[in-house]
Design a protein around this ligand. Sequence first.
Ligand code: MG
Length: 404
Amino acid sequence: MKIVSAEISILDLQFSQEFAETQGSWHPVLLKLVTDEGLVGLGEAGLAYGVGHNGAVGMLKDFVETFIIGANPFDREVIWNKMQRFSFWGGSCGPVVNACMSAIDIALWDIAGKALNQPIWQMLGGRVQDELRCYASQLQFGWDKEGVTWYNLKDPEEYANAAIAAINDGYTAVKVDPIMIDEQGTIENPNKLKGALDKKIVNRAVTRVAAIREAVGPDTDIILELHSLTSLTGGQKLAEACAQFDLFMVEEAVNYNSSGPAETLKKRMPTTPMAGGERVFTRWQYKTYLETACFDMIQPDFCLAGGITEGKKICDMAHTYEVGVQGHVCGSPISAAAAIHVSTAIPNFEIYEHHTNANTRANRNICIQDQQPENGLLVATDAPGLGIDLNDEFVAKNGQTIRV
Ligand code: MG
């Protein structure tokens, strides 16, 4: 069997008017590899958010033309090594090159699973996790499982209401970034979130987290998300100020420009559980963070860190340090499926991220299947490969496709 063609699609979606005005567009970059036997494998380059998705489209085209057309889809390790060693840019870590490698690798796993009639979790070693405990992620944008719209929450009561909506859906854990939206509902200027932080910003965050804790009671886990917006001093201030709410994790309190700040923060706050890793790529970058004990829970994005092949290795490395795994999921249902398969097959799975954008209609229309948590739990299906198919009509209507 060999790969004979590919389609690279870039979607242009908006969740709501408010989303469009404050966040821009949502741009999942999707890959479809097709074999001479007619099997189709799906992958995603994890750059749907932020700025830079077009970079992934161009690099994917180059990688598919150079390394993938004519390749045996079962040669996952051979292909990964080629992409890393023969592309020049694979010789280091970066979001665009590793996102492309991830998309290709995930599509290869999808093809292999379909060829063998096995779900990917089975090929990775089986169902270690019968079910995945999920948390409701990014409550600052509201929570509505029907995906009606996307809000920027302002008042503490709104944060409390979003948390209650998640609890009513069966979640036992939630995550919130209480600093990124100001009192007017505008995305805060990132420059204001650096350094020692104004007392006003710290107080605003504390009030919002306090409202959530009061609303959900003592038995719900809360993750404090800081999106690497804060630097060492500010991140520490917020983590300390919110410690009274008994946090499950503090996520991305510092940047990833080096592992130094994360290491220093963990040394200053040794008993506060720290999480991070959605902008850490391949096992080599993870090695530094694990050896220096920066994180109690890593958050590799399988559409960024190097795919399922590399992601499984990263998870296994983390296990040797007694570090748990929460795959970062902020993409199309392909990104979710990749995380579900790896999470199901690893012993150090901690919790699964169900993002508020995974509730939205736009995201749920990308694929034919729409796997949503029930009662705050996800169970990987027995369908072969990733177990999902692209909604070609929706993709054609809402994006552009390049054929290779
Ligand atoms: Mg995050």
